[in-house]
Design a protein around this ligand. Structure first.
Ligand code: MLT
Length: 327
């Protein structure tokens, strides 16, 4: 008898809470939504986040705001999102760093594969090799020769361990057989300011941060890191065709939510994101920045989850072999 009463009470509570989650999800959103960006304002991840959230805000009438949580190559932000309330008001935009962090950090306070809900991939972004505008090399072959001959004098900027600029810079140095002095920043937004100001010499950075500067002549752009030349830079060689065979780094992006965020809300945010990526203004801005759209199959929670898992399998042995770690 007592067992039956307990069972009925438990079922009633379960049904009531299911009902409340469901109606809660139906009413969502009722207040501003935050998209956490793990790097400094003005850099490539920030720019991508702001272009997309501006369109989401316009379409839904609810502010989707960007919050920059900078530090440790994006891992500070990931830990913050992991511990945020899973109420549908916190999302996280991160790139390849989500897959490289498990290899780079011995003590990681989050597990990219189990601590988040997956929303969607976003866009791919090629990287470029850039240098300060007065750098003494006319093209990529001269740049490579100069770096090999003067490696002890060169400063290479990046956005810290876990940033794609760090990953690309590490692969570039390994391919050249040099050890440059690396200078970490909170994002390649501030690193770009230092490159334009001549305080650092070279950087591997995303087209979303370099195309405008190269066009304005404030930095020199030497090569792209994709396997083929890209549409927005048809006259710029790839590193692969410049004596570094098989060199390829492409930046991919994913949107995550804290584990336990209701599925209905994850799906609604996924739809908001896919609609933003179809917005003509977003397409125009992202194309101008060199971003590349991804197939619809990647714009799903499963598409991101499968991709992240395969990227962890790809990067972890590569990074461990290069012997790069932080505690
Ligand atoms: C940024 O937004 O600053 C970059 O994505 C940093 C990087 O990963 O290189």
């Amino acid at each position: 008898m007592l067992f039956r009463r307990t069972l009925i009470t438990t079922l009633t509570i379960a049904l009531a809470s299911f009902g409340s989650i469901s109606s809660f999800a139906q009413a969502w959103p009722t207040k501003p939504i935050t998209l956490v960006i793990p790097f400094a304002a003005g850099g490539p991840t920030d720019v991508l986040g702001r272009v997309i959230t501006a369109s989401m805000t316009k379409a839904t009438g609810y502010p989707v705001i960007v919050e920059n949580k900078v530090g440790a190559g994006g891992t500070v932000a990931a830990a913050y999102v992991k511990n945020a309330k899973p109420d549908g008001y916190t999302f996280f935009l991160q790139h390849n760093g989500m897959a490289t962090a498990p290899a780079l950090y011995r003590k990681l306070s989050f597990n990219p594969l189990t601590d988040f809900e997956y929303v969607s991939q976003v866009v791919d972004v090629p990287m470029t090799i850039v240098a300060r505008k007065d750098f003494p090399a006319g093209d990529i072959k001269e740049l490579i020769a100069y770096l090999k001959a003067n490696s002890t004098k060169i400063n290479l900027g990046n956005a810290g361990l876990g940033a794609v600029s760090q990953l690309c810079g590490m692969m570039f140095q390994k391919a050249l057989g040099v050890n440059l002095t690396t200078v970490p920043f909170g994002g390649t937004g501030p690193a770009m300011n230092a490159l334009v100001g001549g305080q650092i010499d070279v950087m591997c950075d995303q087209t979303t941060n370099t195309l405008g500067q190269a066009e304005a002549g404030t930095v020199k752009l030497y090569a792209v890191t994709t396997s083929k030349r890209i549409k927005s830079l048809p006259n710029t060689p790839t590193l692969a065709e410049s004596g570094l065979p098989n060199f390829e780094v492409v930046v991919w992006h994913g949107v995550y939510a804290p584990k336990g965020t209701p599925k209905e809300i994850v799906n609604k945010f996924n739809l908001m994101l896919r609609n933003a990526l179809k917005d003509p203004e977003v397409i125009k801005s992202l194309t101008k920045l060199g971003a590349i759209s991804v197939p619809d199959s990647k714009l799903t929670p499963a598409g991101l989850q499968t991709w992240l898992s395969s990227e962890i399998d790809r990067y972890v042995p590569m990074i461990r072999a290069a012997g790069q770690y932080a505690d």
